[in-house]
Design a binder for this molecule. Structure first.
Ligand SMILES: [Zn+2]
Length: 312
């Protein structure tokens, strides 16, 4: 093949004239390039025809393999993270259950721990696309499960806070202190010989012996439901604490509250006396639940002394 090129002229500043362009070297170079193109095309054609025997697609494939590897690593990292979060939520659930027990709420069934056993296998070799698909599905399932668990925990913590508040109010109303300073026999509650009537009968409270005028305190928050004279008990105060709990203070020398008055634990409500059927100055004290007398000693908490909590 003979390459025919029309002669071209160019202006030469040295000669100040148009001179013929020499094609000799340019022609050889162009021929060389052409031969190269033809040769490479032929090689490529043969290579493709015989199924890439030269492995020319290798470079392209390595990029994909590399990208895939990165994606797999990211997937594994994500799996590890989700498993970690799952463990943390399981710990939060445990802590939540401890709190629930403290405020007398039933334990929550910890769903997450069931899922947590095993969770998602972190070290699985992701070699096929179906394995990757399975793992993605598992992750999706677990994330929605974690979401539900977090919501459940939030509701549970709200419940604990409400219950705590409710319990706190109840504990404030519960009789919890000795109503007056003085001596008492731990066995004075129950069947005993009445000191004046000289007959055996049920003694429904305890007697705290002390001088006339010794302060008597409300043993829990409540409302004075009776303040006046009663047969036998003399000057008497009754406090309704709610929750079907009532306390009674008898044989007083002075009543310092009136019916309908709200009192708090430690409020001064009266003074020890000898009124009613009494053989000497003492306080007769009763705790009743639903009208049934309880042993008041069960409602004395040793670490709380009436004077230490007295308000007036
Ligand atoms: Zn008594």
């Amino acid at each position: 093949m003979k390459l025919r090129l029309t002669p071209l002229y160019k202006f030469s500043p040295e000669a100040l004239a148009f001179v013929k362009v020499k094609w000799g070297r340019t022609k050889i170079m162009l021929m060389g390039v052409l031969v190269c193109i033809i040769f490479l095309s032929a090689v490529y054609g043969i290579n493709q025809y015989y199924g890439d025997i030269l492995g020319l697609a290798y470079l392209h494939e390595t990029t994909l393999v590399y990208e895939n590897k990165i994606l797999r690593e990211q997937l594994k990292y994500l799996t590890k993270k989700i498993n970690d979060v799952q463990k943390i939520i399981a710990q939060v659930s445990d802590k939540g259950n401890e709190l629930r027990l403290l405020v007398n709420l039933p334990k929550l069934e910890i769903d997450i721990q069931k899922v947590g056993v095993g969770g998602i296998e972190e070290n699985v070799e992701l070699t096929s696309s179906s394995e990757i698909n399975d793992m993605l599905n598992n992750l999706q399932f677990l994330v929605s499960k974690l979401e539900r668990e977090v919501m459940l925990q939030r509701t549970s913590y709200d419940e604990v806070a409400k219950m705590y508040e409710k319990n706190r109010t109840m504990f404030e109303h519960l009789p919890a202190i000795k109503p007056a300073d003085g001596y008492f026999s731990p066995n004075s509650y129950g069947i005993r010989l009445h000191p004046i009537l000289r007959i055996y009968r049920m003694h429904e409270g305890i007697d705290i012996v002390n001088e006339i005028g010794t302060p008597v305190y409300a043993t829990g928050n409540g409302v004075v439901s009776f303040a006046g004279r009663q047969i036998g008990l003399g000057l008497t105060i009754e406090i309704n604490h709610g929750y079907s709990i009532k306390t009674i203070y008898g044989h007083l020398s002075k009543i310092l509250v009136h019916e309908g008055q709200s009192v708090k634990r430690g409020d001064l409500i009266g003074r020890i006396g000898n009124s009613g059927l009494s053989s000497g100055p003492h306080l007769h004290y009763e705790v009743r639940i639903n009208g049934v007398a309880q042993n008041p000693i069960d409602y004395f908490f040793n670490d709380i002394h009436p004077v230490s909590i007295a308000r007036k």
